[in-house]
Design a protein around this ligand. Structure first.
Ligand code: HEC
Length: 137
């Protein structure tokens, strides 16, 4: 009984997921952090792929893949102003933005499955392709 009451009050207090509770400024900060994490994982992968460092690449490409899934929920309506370099086109050219997300996700899947200079290069190409259209210089 007590457990039911507790559960019920939690549902009343937290009716939405924490993601939808997030303030837009925090969403912007979070997506910028995630982008930087992507960048650092790519740089680390590059050293391993070139044989300059002996380390396991698996953690890096898994992190890139994980971030590629997270990205799609990090551009909600209302997170288009404030301290952001995202172009307005993210929200006005939805179809194109989603196709960039999908392209990136596919390249991250391929890189995770088979890390090579080729799959690495495809990932960096999809970062650049999205930035060209959707990120202020
Ligand atoms: C689907 C589009 C998209 C993809 C794919 C993408 N980015 Fe971004 N990136 C953006 C946008 C939009 C911004 C601006 C975000 C903001 O300021 O709110 C950004 C910002 C950044 C930043 C600057 C973060 C900061 O501190 O302001 C870095 C670094 C970055 N991206 C790296 C990457 C890397 C590396 C990849 C690929 C592994 C990648 N991005 C893939 C759209 C994308």
């Amino acid at each position: 009984m007590t457990r039911h009451v507790l559960l019920l009050s939690l549902i009343v207090i937290f009716p939405y997921s924490t993601a939808s509770f997030a303030d837009n400024e925090d969403t912007i900060k979070y997506r910028q952090h995630l982008m930087n994490i992507l960048s650092l994982n790519l740089k680390s992968s590059s050293l391993i792929l070139k044989g300059k460092i002996k380390a396991d690449i698996a953690g890096h490409n898994a992190a890139i893949l994980d971030s590629s899934y997270k990205l799609s929920s990090l551009f909600p309506e209302g997170s288009d102003f404030g301290d952001t370099d995202a172009k307005e086109a993210v929200w006005t050219q939805n179809e194109k933005f989603n196709s960039e997300l999908l392209k990136f996700n596919n390249s991250a899947i391929a890189f995770n499955k088979e890390p090579s200079m080729q799959t690495f290069s495809d990932v960096t190409k999809s970062c650049k392709s999205c930035h060209k259209a959707f990120r202020e210089k």
